[in-house]
Design a protein around this ligand. Structure first.
Ligand SMILES: *Cc1c(COP(=O)(O)O)cnc(C)c1O
Length: 359
């Protein structure tokens, strides 16, 4: 028997046990065909249904209308930092970006390669411990870009600026399908799969077709969203196994009751964690309370000299992945969809024990 491991990794991260089991079966004998999913053509009647079902489940779970297309692309969210402005921003135009942390910063850097960037709101001077209260978006901006959840800083947009007056683009890599949002009001959503919806190697892109085809530049074939749409997300060989793992995770999510049900569970986990954190003076959460992420919780110790001891204790109890990002320090616990409330309970119990001993 495998020991119980509480996996708080930030990404790649925990996925449902059922998904691992189904995925490993498919490597040896996919759908009782006697073939591995790794050795079949992507344009065959064996794989095509995988792509079709994955795309339609995204539509269903996000309740998307006809304008929105679902694509599974290579290159991770980092490729989208470049592909978004390449497809949406003319050289002499402005794109509006919110500057909320490491990931937003990387998106801004790439956008500057293709046009002008204005900062609609920034929390840099606050060490990215909050989300901007107000935004200033030029009415002529090609789009507004937000990072709905900053995986490293531990912040999350609670009120989405739907009414910004320009197309809305979002990096949802670390909170995709974790909460109910009005997904139809976004014009482009992208997310690397490895945080909350599957295996590394594939990227979800949801795009409103109507915003495409408006830039002057020549876009390389593989980077033009329109080509992927017209080829049904099979312009070239998709990352077949990673798409299959996404499909299994989407099926799991649907069986759980969909986004509404998982949101409720995610709220329970985050409430348990943050209530514990706030009740124990030895720990401190640096993020503004109203902007705290329900996916990635960042915390430190009032006495940093105790941090190693707490880390060792966590290791002993099979709690992994709680070390803070190297740029922030302290601790970070990621509570993605597949993390059970039992894991959060185990961690909060340990925090309480530790606080009692040190208090
Ligand atoms: C992890 C992450 C990325 C980078 O994703 P890759 O798939 O590694 O390129 C981008 N944005 C956010 C918010 C992330 O959490």
């Amino acid at each position: 028997m495998k020991p119980v491991i509480h996996n708080f990794n930030a990404g790649p991260s925990v996925l449902p046990r059922e998904v691992f089991e189904e995925a490993s079966k498919a490597i040896l004998n996919f759908n009782d065909t006697g073939l591995s999913i790794l050795e079949i053509g992507h344009r065959t009647s064996l794989f095509q249904p995988v792509m079709d079902e994955a795309r339609s489940l995204v539509k269903e779970l996000m309740q998307l209308g006809d304008k929105h297309e679902v694509l599974f692309l290579h290159g991770g969210a980092t490729t989208q930092f470049m592909q978004v402005p390449m497809n949406l921003l003319n050289e002499n135009d402005i794109a509006s970006y919110t500057e909320t942390g490491t990931w937003a910063g990387k998106a801004i850097k790439e956008a500057k390669l293709y046009g002008h960037v204005e900062i609609a709101g920034s929390t840099k001077t606050d060490n990215y411990c909050s989300i901007p209260d107000e935004l200033s978006v030029s009415p002529t901006a090609a789009y507004l870009h937000i990072t709905t959840n900053e995986t490293i800083a531990g912040t999350q947009w609670q009120a989405i600026p739907y009414d910004c007056g320009v197309p809305l683009v979002a990096d949802m890599s670390s909170d995709i399908l974790s909460r109910q949002l009005d997904f139809n009001r976004f014009d482009l959503i992208y997310a690397g799969a490895q945080k909350n919806m599957g295996a590394a190697g594939v990227n979800l892109v949801v795009v409103n077709k109507e915003i495409l085809g408006k830039v002057d530049r020549t876009i390389p074939t593989i980077l033009d969203y329109r080509n992927h749409i017209s080829e049904g997300s099979m312009l070239n060989t998709p990352p077949v196994f990673a798409v299959y793992v996404v499909l299994l995770t989407l099926r799991w999510l649907k069986a759980k009751g969909g986004v509404a049900a998982i949101e409720k569970l995610n709220d329970e986990k985050a409430t348990l964690f943050y209530n514990t954190l706030d009740s124990l003076p030895v720990f401190r959460g640096p993020v503004a309370k109203q902007d705290r992420s329900r996916m990635n919780a960042v915390f430190v110790m009032e006495n940093p000299a105790l941090e190693n001891e707490f880390m060792e204790l966590c290791k002993k109890e099979n709690m992994i992945g709680i070390k803070g990002h190297r740029s922030v320090g302290g601790f970070r616990v990621s509570m993605y969809n597949a993390l059970t409330i039992d894991s959060v309970k185990a961690l909060t119990d340990l925090m309480k024990d530790f606080a009692t001993k040190k208090g």
